[in-house]
Write a protein that binds this ligand. Structure first.
Ligand SMILES: C[S@@+](CC[C@H](N)C(=O)[O-])C[C@H]1O[C@@H](n2cnc3c(N)ncnc32)[C@H](O)[C@@H]1O
Length: 471
């Protein structure tokens, strides 16, 4: 192919650029990009239950990923995307180096965190898991593109992550929510060079001016991200590309233009420091991190954590307007406490939109004029004077939080996820929570001789595969 280099399907102009930046080290990078990609699996810990590894999964997990306690390498050809455990949200298939980004955010108890470029949700679901284990807080996931926000919502719901979902441009959010967040993650749209090995499409779409064009867009997004931060708050900036224009040069620009300082990241095994020589010799760049495929077991990533000065002036004052439901409050409390044990406070004080009840993950953030897909986890609908549980509620808490929960075997779970009715040997009535390996699958309704299937039609899958022991 005329436009390709001799190692892999890499664009020639990319190779020339990398040779320019890396010198002789570029050969090692190109050789690594010609080898198979790494794959990873992260156990989901969104439901405030101790992380457990379902026993069927154990034979599929290789070494643990050094920088992520919940992450494991898996075989490149492991068929783990169509299993009941995957559908139940027990794990998220995520490229190993991408698992470092939420750790760099380091969520703390009670914090309000914004994932500004969130779809399809790899980092959001990881942040939700870390925040839940830190004792809880509020998480808002924003995605600018209307089609991608759907995939984000599906992944959030599948793993039972508690997050509000917003579909806005960063600048409109910055106007609505100035100085509102303890931490903002910008996992920026980038030229995607770090994904060439995993996704040949990324190499096909790359053009010689991609890094320049991406740099401008990254700067625009970051200006909004800083407005959204509280004084003293953390900004985490990450890309999955190699070009210094989108990495070290962006961080140097941030340091020069705003009251931000580098908060150095730990040195995870295989990671290297950002390179000051690529951005005006700023020594602080040694506190940023790069993951190169020729030096670590993962795809290409860059991550930096910066802190906004405590005395930085808020760009505007936050408007505070609590939105609380005024009707059905007593009925809601009674229904909730009969349906789940120890509901989180954001479930007890919900938000009501039309006939839907959501957990309140936005708190006092105003929503006027914003495209809010969900202010939190959908919990129930109110119809004909009664509450019906929403499917998302079945995933948002561990199965043992539902007094009605019954555990299915793998064959029954597959039948349920296909949309079939199940037997009802105990003659249960009302809404019944169904689980597999301790993970909520959904609800059914007890009727004489059968459990009627309430698994949403759009999620049903006829193509699930049993999880077998690898040979
Ligand atoms: C690298 S991806 C995010 C991946 C995601 N954080 C994850 O872990 O699954 C970057 C996202 O930024 C969004 N995006 C593209 N242009 C944008 C813009 N101008 N402002 C905000 N987000 C944008 C893309 O739609 C894409 O979903």
């Amino acid at each position: 192919m005329a436009n390709r280099n001799e190692y892999t399907e890499l664009p020639k102009a990319f190779c020339a650029l990398m040779q320019n930046w890396l010198g002789t080290e570029a050969t090692s990078l190109f050789e690594a990009l010609a080898s198979p990609p790494t794959r990873g699996l992260r156990l989901s810990g969104c439901k405030a239950m101790p992380l457990h590894i379902p026993s069927l999964l154990v034979p599929h997990l290789n070494a643990s990923i050094p920088w992520t306690p919940d992450g494991y390498y898996i075989d490149v050809d492991a068929a783990l995307g169509k299993t009941v455990l995957h559908e139940a949200g027990a794990y998220y298939l995520q490229e190993p180096s991408a698992m470092a980004i939420a750790l760099a955010v380091a969520p703390q108890t009670g914090e309000r965190i914004l994932d500004l470029c969130a779809a399809p949700g790899g980092k959001t679901t990881h942040l939700a898991s870390l925040l839940s284990r830190a004792g809880g807080g509020r998480l808002v996931a924003n995605e600018f593109h209307p089609t991608r926000v759907r995939a984000l919502a599906e992944n959030i719901e599948r793993v039972g992550a508690r997050a509000a979902i917003v579909n806005e441009s960063p600048d409109r959010l910055a106007t609505a929510w100035p100085s509102a967040f303890d931490a903002v993650l910008v996992d920026a749209p980038c030229s995607g060079e770090g994904m060439f090995r995993k996704d040949p499409q990324a190499a096909n779409q790359w053009q010689a001016d991609s890094p320049d064009r991406c740099q401008m867009r990254q700067q625009e997004i970051l200006i909004s991200a800083i407005k959204l931060l509280k004084p003293g708050g953390r900004l985490v900036y990450s890309t999955c590309t190699f070009n210094p224009l989108e990495n070290e040069r962006i961080v140097a620009w941030l340091l020069d233009s705003f009251p931000l300082s580098i908060d150095p990241l730990p040195e995870w095994p295989g990671w290297s420091s950002g390179r000051p020589e690529w951005a005006f010799d700023r020594p602080e760049l040694l506190g940023t991190r790069r993951l190169w495929p020729h030096l670590a077991r993962g795809e290409g990533h860059f991550v930096a954590r910066l802190r906004l000065a405590e005395d930085a002036l808020p760009m505007q004052t936050t408007r505070v307007r609590a939105v609380r439901p005024t009707k059905n409050r007593r009925d809601w409390s009674a229904w909730l406490s009969s349906t789940v044990a120890d509901p989180p406070s954001t479930f007890v004080q919900p938000r009501i939109q039309k006939d839907m009840i959501f957990s309140d993950e936005l708190g006092d953030l105003p929503t006027d004029g914003l495209r809010v897909l969900r202010p939190g986890c959908p919990l129930a609908t109110w119809k004909t004077d009664q509450f019906s549980p929403h499917h998302a509620l079945s995933r948002a808490l561990p199965a043992n939080a539902f007094p009605s929960s019954i555990e299915l075997d793998e064959a029954e779970a597959m039948a349920y996820l296909r949309g079939e009715a199940l037997d009802n040997p105990k003659d249960l009535r009302g809404f019944v929570h169904l689980a597999y390996a301790g993970y909520g699958l959904g609800f059914a309704k007890g009727a004489p001789g059968r459990l009627n299937n309430l698994y949403p039609k759009g999620l049903r899958s006829a193509h699930l595969e049993p999880l077998e022991r690898p040979h």
